[in-house]
Design a protein around this ligand. Structure first.
Ligand code: FAD
Length: 474
């Protein structure tokens, strides 16, 4: 299997990444991207560790592959896959939403449902083999740019200079597309960009928008415009875990036919997630990672409370107890999802309801938990001077005057700086936004949960009471 050096060599190409208004020469040379690349490289090396091989990889007798590709045929297999997710997430404290196992899981699920892709089924299967055997890092973009949400996407289709990604032509080699995709997190460091869906429901004649394909990040005509970087030298988390978000711009890009999965098919573009179990399969990886991240938050909150001697106050222990209970609920959702596995093509998938409940709960609770952490640390979040390259005299001052109940001044600055990054930095705000929005807008997810309900069944208890009740005013 691939190691970090293979990975670094693969992304050291001529990809076009715009960052801070300039083209990045080489992503590994960029101070804004390098830290995150090293973390992903470390995940590749972790998969090669012999003591973890049984958990992070499997072999088919001859070749070793990442665990996410092992077809989950029963609950035990789902559980084993979950353990691999957990080990990988623990290596990065749950901060990497786009660790390679995330889309490995989706590519494996697409393969399990490849027949559904009809005439493009073989393309799906070959793509799966390509990603699996190369242990490639794939990212995805499933939404179109936020331009005018009052209009249907189909009404924006134009041959002039499209904004939403669309078909503009085809020849014997492939399909030509132009336009942009709203977000492709980690694209600057990925091997492949997988494009599917549209972010909204397409109308039945929105043929030009009904596309699904994958291309290498370095493909001619493809470029990425990154948001501003949050990585900085004295930011312990951001310099390692700031996953770059970027808009993907396609300028007359030719997608080879063998990389097309959905073509001129708005129905399939609307349906692929539901038909192939996207949320259930990928949701297991996401929820596992979120659990690890939540545990990190609890660890920071506990360490901060101990550091300044406030663990005896009930208003503090209540907060830490709430975070701990929230993690128990998340874990219970994961366990139930696995033990109540449902059929998914020739495999099984985690139970839909439990995954959905866990993801929604995390959406809501993560910002609340950050507020609790802020209330625990309070003004101490500001006792965080930069100590990198500090002179001896001020270090001595900090060691004395910044000390806590159980901790010296410099250690306390480091600990509280982590709490500050989580609660108050651009990196921390982006993490919160990511957890709430990366898989879609939460309000609409709740709304569709209502729309899926059997209302007659939901009303039954109150209807029973009303029918059986003795009239009060008889
Ligand atoms: C940090 C981060 C990373 C991300 N990474 C990725 C990624 O890697 N790949 C990817 O595919 N996506 C990614 N996303 C994008 C994510 O999929 C979208 O943000 C999400 O789908 C919500 O869509 P939107 O942001 O365009 O919001 P919009 O749809 O523009 O909504 C904006 C507001 O308008 C309201 N609104 C809009 N339309 C309607 C309507 N019809 N009815 C009622 N209310 C409406 C919404 O409720 C919301 O309040 C990422 C997002 C974030 C924040």
């Amino acid at each position: 299997m691939r190691n970090s050096r293979d990975y670094f060599a693969a992304i050291d190409d001529d990809r076009r990444i715009w960052l801070n208004g300039r083209l990045v020469d080489r992503v590994l040379g960029s101070e804004h991207l390098r830290g995150n690349a090293l973390e992903i490289g470390a995940l590749y090396d972790l998969q090669l560790r012999e003591d973890l091989a049984g958990q992070l990889a499997y072999d088919d007798g001859a070749t070793r592959y990442p665990a996410a590709f092992r077809p989950p045929v029963d609950a035990a297999a789902l559980s084993a896959r979950g353990r691999a997710y957990e080990i990988l997430a623990e290596a990065t404290y749950g901060f990497l939403g786009r660790s390679p196992d995330y889309l490995h899981t989706w590519v494996a699920a697409m393969n399990a449902h490849s027949d559904w892709f009809g005439e493009y089924a073989d393309n799906v299967r070959r793509f799966h083999e390509h990603v699996k055997s190369g242990n490639l890092f794939v990212t995805h973009s499933f939404t179109n740019p936020q331009t005018d949400r009052s209009r249907e996407l189909g009404d924006l289709v134009t041959r002039e200079r499209p904004i939403a990604l669309q078909y503009i032509g085809e020849n014997s080699n492939g399909v030509r597309v132009s336009g942009a995709r709203m977000m492709a997190t980690s694209a600057p460091l990925a091997d492949e960009l997988l494009v599917m869906g549209a972010g909204r429901i397409l109308r039945e004649d929105d043929y030009d928008l009904g596309l699904g394909f994958s291309v290498p990040v370095g493909t001619e005509g493809l470029s990425f415009v990154c948001r501003g970087s949050y990585a900085g030298p004295d930011r312990q988390l951001a310099r390692r875990f700031d996953e770059m978000d970027a808009v993907a711009v396609f300028d007359r890009v030719l997608i080879p036919w063998e990389r097309v999965f959905i073509f001129s098919d708005p129905y399939k573009s609307n349906q692929f997630k539901a038909e192939c179990g996207f949320f259930e399969h990928v949701g297991q990886q996401v929820l596992t990672r979120q659990l690890v991240k939540g545990r990190f938050l609890l660890a920071v909150g506990t360490a901060v409370a101990q550091a300044i001697g406030i663990t005896g106050y009930p208003n503090i222990t209540e907060k830490l107890g709430r975070i701990s209970t929230w993690l128990d609920v998340t874990e219970a959702c994961l366990t139930t999802a696995i033990t109540h596995a449902e059929p998914s093509g020739p495999t099984v998938r985690p139970q839909s309801r439990s995954i959905s409940a866990g993801l929604r709960y995390f959406n809501d609770f993560y910002p609340t938990a950050l507020t609790m952490l802020e209330e625990i640390a309070a003004g101490g979040l500001m006792l965080t001077p930069s100590v990198e390259d500090a002179e001896e005299e001020v270090l001595e001052t900090i060691e004395h005057y910044f000390q806590g109940a159980t901790i010296g001044g410099l250690s306390r600055v480091q600990l509280f700086a982590i709490a500050r990054e989580l609660t108050g930095s651009s990196f921390g705000r982006r993490q919160s936004l990511f957890e709430r929005y990366f898989a879609g807008e939460p309000a609409r997810a709740y709304s569709s949960a209502f729309n899926r309900m059997d209302l007659a069944l939901v009303r039954k208890p109150v209807d029973k009471l009303l029918t059986a009740a003795t009239p009060v005013f008889a």
